[in-house]
Design a protein around this ligand. Sequence first.
Ligand SMILES: Cc1cc2nc3c(=O)[nH]c(=O)nc-3n(C[C@H](O)[C@H](O)[C@H](O)COP(=O)(O)O)c2cc1C
Length: 200
Amino acid sequence: MYHTCELGDGMKRKKTVQLIMGSTRAGRICPLVTEWIATIGRNHTDFAYEIVDLADWPLPMDDEPGIPALGHYSQPHTRAWSEKVKLSDAVIFVTPQYNWGYPAVLKNAIDHLYAEWRDKPTVIVTYGGHGGGKCAEQLRQVAGAVKMRVVETMPGIRLPEAVIRQGAPFDPHTDFAEHVASIQDALNEMAGHVNAANAH
Ligand SMILES: Cc1cc2nc3c(=O)[nH]c(=O)nc-3n(C[C@H](O)[C@H](O)[C@H](O)COP(=O)(O)O)c2cc1C
């Protein structure tokens, strides 16, 4: 009940959580990790989960003359990206750590907009050899700058050396099982923010 909202004809629609993938790299593992997190979400909450692949949202770095905070977008792809993000009731960033930061494509996607992110309940899930804590901290700061409501729990998935170095196959359902509890904790915090927004 809390996770739905009224449609005009009295029907309910589920609140939508967008999982935004931080990696567009060739050979990336991000889709596998993100699908697994979406499955945890669908089993644990009553939200609709939609995966957003930034590879499907090519946003040039240099074609918007205005400051996004003013909200005057000149390019159709920026306006489309704005409409897309507006459709979400919450966001989960699923991102690898690259050289202690997060991928440029994710920063660019965030920086294209401004007001659309405001007050959005947000979960940050990172992965890397040590869980990606350094990039999680950077992303948390940037999300704070655009006034997202980032939940306290930031799950950090530790990748086995063989996955990073040799591209060894893995199954998140078994190999990342130890991280399920922290992901569920983060989803609970996110649901709390969504429900609080719903109550107003
Ligand atoms: C450019 C680049 C930089 C990386 N830097 C780090 C790093 O700082 N820390 C870490 O734990 N892993 C690092 N890695 C390893 C990634 O965690 C690993 O390759 C992971 O699979 C990347 O996610 P993706 O396959 O979804 O792109 C790096 C990988 C790349 C491609």
